[in-house]
Design a protein around this ligand. Structure first.
Ligand SMILES: [Zn+2]
Length: 231
């Protein structure tokens, strides 16, 4: 079986140093140009290089403030990755459709996979609608012909379900330990489990690269398991 790699691209300029953190916040709330000189999507580029070396295709979900740059596009094409929508404004079917159309215009191809930004507790940024309402997203994704919805629950043993052509994975194994019960679900659990089950492995590039032990965990997992796309 295989890992289903999900990357949520939350921060255009990462978190460090402080100036890039500020750019990330301003870009999320208002608007900020894509400046390669300040490392726009630099962390994602590094992760894509790791994935491409491992020949590990992944689902990569973008927000309106983290739309792919040219170098990111090239790495995505080279690695055969899938671009999805990281939904922020989930207030209604109309706001969902607007975000999907925005991303499709930008990348000039249909978008058939979606994940939700935030798990319901906090509001992240001006455009973000915080509640986490997966039943609505299932309905909207299906109505708009999408194929994949990846949910934010933190128990990685929850099974996927299917409604017509839409595959829904309600949960993921979050690589960052702050969203994972690390005593019940250590990385060794995933190493063993992924031999017999397809499991979604979720992470955020800047967090993984900021912690050498997480970067090592990611490399080890990619060495031990194939990854596959759901599309
Ligand atoms: Zn997010």
């Amino acid at each position: 079986m295989a890992l289903i790699v999900r990357i949520d691209v939350d921060r255009p300029y990462g978190k460090t140093p402080l100036l890039r953190h500020v750019f990330s916040r301003v870009a999320s709330d208002i608007y900020f140009p894509k400046l390669q000189a300040f490392g726009y999507l630099r962390e994602l580029e590094v992760i894509l290089q790791i994935l491409n070396e491992a020949k590990a295709p992944a689902h990569i979900f973008f927000r309106r403030c983290t739309l792919p740059s040219k170098p990111v596009f090239e790495l995505i094409e080279a690695g055969g990755h899938e671009i999805g929508l990281h939904l922020e404004n989930s207030r209604s079917f109309e706001t969902f459709s607007d975000e999907k159309a925005m991303l499709e215009r930008y990348i000039d191809r249909p978008v058939v996979s979606v994940s939700k930004h935030g798990s319901g507790k906090h509001k992240y940024g001006f455009h973000h609608y915080a509640p986490y309402e997966p039943d609505k997203y299932i309905d909207w994704a299906q109505r708009s012909g999408m194929k994949v919805l990846l949910g934010n629950l933190e128990n990685p043993t929850l099974p996927p379900s299917r409604r017509a052509d839409l595959q829904f994975y309600p949960s993921a194994f979050w690589l960052e330990p702050s969203w994972r019960d690390t005593s019940k679900f250590p990385v060794a659990w995933l190493q063993a489990q992924a031999k017999t089950t397809d499991i979604v492995l979720l992470f955020h590039p800047d967090n993984v690269l900021a912690d050498p032990s997480l970067t090592r965990d990611l490399r080890d997992l990619l060495r031990s398991h194939d990854t596959r796309l759901l599309t």
